[in-house]
Design a binder for this molecule. Structure first.
Ligand SMILES: [Zn+2]
Length: 465
């Protein structure tokens, strides 16, 4: 669920992939705020500046939104610089995927050439679906595991059916924005259109158009490459609507996380801990590390953005103060938790062995007790990638490592450097199990360490100091 003007937004990532425009129409901002014409000429119409009241509100919203990361946003300049293209994206990778997109023409030009297939799911397409969508006891549809799923399992890989800028410069008026999304909807096959219209909306019909409510409720923030050599570049964050992932409800202790792959224009939904048969599959609607906020704050953010009172497993616990304290501790700057790299290079032994082990073990326990295995250090794609002391090369498309995995890595490597074979094997195994199954490179390295502890590059090194 995300709203163009909400300070919140479901997490982001970057994009670009297999796309072929079979139809492409330009739209430009209508001076009167009237609906954009699908048949408007490519030449730009010079629009008047948006009203100052709208500028002030949206500037404030965008600048304070960590997901958008645009502290110098200038709405008037942004609007004046936009020319959009509506396209019907089809993929040349053998899939029947379809994306109706409205994009800045500069962004459109940067989309990668079609035909890159999405990442393989954890198993073949012919296998039974690991999830099903069913109505819950209170009537809403939700996603459930149709079999036991292990941590790291890729539950699904899907492409968006709609893709649009986070703020559509031509659509400063709700009516116009709604019409743009109706134009996109009309580009989709009839059965897809029908599925879109069955998605839930947290907005009443009095608040906004039904389709706009569906978009604001379910679209996820994804990032696309944008031209940077212009005065007012498009915001990298865009809104993407996914049919299956939209069925995932929110939890403040989610058992899955999603990842946007810019190279294939696809989203992967990944289990972050074992999920039992029949268990509901949940994600976080709160961006970044907002799950670490106190319960009352989380609930008011969710109520404001999505109009529901969260009653997830974390929010119905009796020990609210204890839970808030644990999350606060996890959110604190980790100056007192030395990284493995700092500790191993610390020849003066400022950081004691016990401090390193105890600090990381404590955080592992806190994360597990709060169900926060999904929290990442940094939500920007490619900004944190497998480390393992450099044993696994960094790749641009690597999934961000979770804090949980980073702590497990630190413990595994610390025990290796201490020459503690039993603990080294145990924590290395846990570090391997916490990773997405698609992270084959890390799994190989970790398995090699388990098989032959002496292959760990600094085995017993700290013990020899
Ligand atoms: Zn909750």
């Amino acid at each position: 669920m995300s709203s163009a003007t909400s300070p919140l937004a479901r997490t982001p990532s970057v994009k670009a992939t297999t796309s072929t425009s079979t139809s492409c129409k330009r739209i430009s901002r209508s001076p009167s705020g009237s609906p954009p014409s699908r048949h408007a000429p490519a030449a730009r119409v010079s629009p008047p500046s948006p009203p100052s009241s709208i500028c002030a509100k949206l500037n404030a919203d965008v600048r304070s939104n960590a997901v958008l990361d645009a502290p110098y946003f200038d709405l008037a300049g942004h609007v004046d610089s936009r020319v959009y293209s509506i396209s019907n994206v089809r993929y040349r990778d053998g899939s029947n995927d379809h994306t109706a997109a409205v994009l800045d023409v500069g962004v459109q030009r940067l989309l990668p050439s079609p035909s890159t297939p999405p990442p393989s799911p954890t198993r073949s397409k012919n296998a039974p679906s690991p999830f099903l969508v069913q109505r819950t006891g209170y009537g809403a549809r939700a996603m459930f595991a149709s079999e036991p799923l292990r941590a790291g399992f890729t539950i699904l890989v899907e492409r968006p059916v709609m893709l649009a800028p986070y703020i559509i410069g031509t659509a400063l008026y709700e009516e116009t924005e709604a019409q743009i999304f109706h134009t996109l909807l009309a580009q989709l096959p009839p059965e897809t259109q029908a599925r879109v219209l069955t998605l839930s909306s947290c907005k009443s019909v009095e608040e906004c158009d039904v389709l706009l409510g569906i978009i604001r409720t379910n679209a996820l923030p994804v990032t696309l490459p944008v031209p940077t050599d212009v005065l007012h570049p498009e915001l990298p964050t865009h809104r993407a609507l996914f049919l299956d992932t939209s069925r995932c409800n929110h939890s403040c202790a989610p058992n899955a996380r999603w990842h946007w792959d810019p190279a294939t224009l696809s989203l992967s939904l990944i289990a972050v801990r074992p999920i039992g048969l029949g268990d509901e599959i949940t994600i976080s609607y709160l961006p970044g590390t907002h799950l670490l906020l106190p319960r009352q704050t989380r609930q008011s953010l969710l109520l404001s953005a999505y109009n529901f009172s969260c009653c997830c497993a974390a929010c119905i616990r009796m020990d609210e103060a204890e839970s808030d304290a644990a999350r606060f501790e996890l959110g604190r700057v980790t100056w007192n938790v030395p990284k493995f790299e700092e500790w191993i290079a610390d020849r003066k032994q400022v950081f004691s062995d016990a401090l390193l082990v105890e600090a990381h073990t404590r955080r592992v326990l806190l994360i597990e007790s709060e169900g926060l295995e999904s929290i990442c250090d940094n939500s920007k794609p490619g900004s944190c990638s497998p480390s393992l002391g450099g044993a696994v090369p960094k790749t641009a498309t690597a999934l961000p490592l979770t804090q949980y995995t980073r702590h497990l890595d630190a413990l595994a490597m610390a025990y290796g450097a201490l020459g503690d074979a039993r603990n080294f094997r145990e924590w290395t195994w846990r570090a391997r199990e916490s990773r997405p199954l698609s992270d084959v490179g890390s799994a190989k390295v970790l398995q090699a360490w388990i098989t032959d502890i002496a292959s760990f590059p600094v085995w017993g090194w700290r013990r020899r100091l």
